[in-house]
Design a protein around this ligand. Sequence first.
Ligand SMILES: NC(=O)c1ccc[n+]([C@@H]2O[C@H](COP(=O)([O-])OP(=O)(O)OC[C@H]3O[C@@H](n4cnc5c(N)ncnc54)[C@H](OP(=O)(O)O)[C@@H]3O)[C@@H](O)[C@H]2O)c1
Length: 306
Amino acid sequence: MLMDPEQVTKVNFQASKLGIGTNKVGGHNLFDGLDDHNGYEVIKEALDSGIQMIDTAYMYGLGRSEQIIGEAIKGYPRENFKIATKAAQDPDNHLSLNNDPAFLKKAVDDALRRLQTDYIDIFYIHFPDERTPKDEAVAALNELKNTGKIRAIGVSNFNLLQIKEANKNGQVDYVEDHYNLVHRDVEKTIWPYLKENHIQFVPYFPLASGLLTGKYTAQDTTQFSEWSTESFEVIINNLKKIKPISEKHQATIAQTVVAWYIANPEISAVIPGARLPEQVANNVAALKVTLSPQEYQTIDQLFGQF
Ligand SMILES: NC(=O)c1ccc[n+]([C@@H]2O[C@H](COP(=O)([O-])OP(=O)(O)OC[C@H]3O[C@@H](n4cnc5c(N)ncnc54)[C@H](OP(=O)(O)O)[C@@H]3O)[C@@H](O)[C@H]2O)c1
């Protein structure tokens, strides 16, 4: 179905603030021990719970994640949820990064086919390549936006200079980048530009790959090797300090952390990933947690050093 371009500007595009991340839905090339049936159930649980944003990418299973999502969304009214997907890794060239306009246009068509849908709500260039002028890559996506194949243009893992180049003609709607309570660089590096230019921000790794759920102890350092022992202990201790706030809201630490992002006006959508439908159900309950300004500040300051 073709859309009138006037109907799809960023002004009237509204996405729910709680979404679902799907790199563990079909992402066999990235994670061991995944089960496609669980992935399918993760998507169904998300849609049954009223989640309105699904974040996927070609790279998650080299199309497998998009295929599972395409199957799982059958039977749900398409207008009830948004799909964001991404591409840049070229399957015909050893997955090297490619932002060439022709490549991106084909990537959108391929994603539409795998997702079995008529349009993609947000299409992100997953990573910048080294050769394509970023405004030319975005101009190609803008053509697709005008035809209605995509509804918003995103870039992911772009630094500030690359975002500025991509947005030369004001055509970037979304930026997705690494951000969570223990990884806050973008607050200073890119948020001021995004705010000034009315570009929406979607953080990835909101739970720091599970670390911020509170399910790990100070001994579990091996799977979080990016942290020194000292920093890791600080994080675990700070999560314990969140507990009184969680208990007051009868919430888990994960729900409290997700509620903190939801309350943050700089964040457009929160997309915690899930391996199991139970995790989706658990994270959705974060929507019931409304932090007071003081609670928000307490959590903000506890993790201010990151
Ligand atoms: N644009 C990009 O380059 C980029 C990069 C990375 C991710 N992303 C997107 O961002 C999404 C979010 O990132 P992420 O999924 O990697 O990390 P995340 O959201 O920080 O952590 C998700 C992981 O935490 C665990 N978890 C989630 N809910 C839980 C709960 N209630 N209780 C206990 N454990 C729970 C699960 O892992 P276990 O069960 O294995 O512990 C889950 O896979 C991805 O799914 C993907 O869509 C984008």
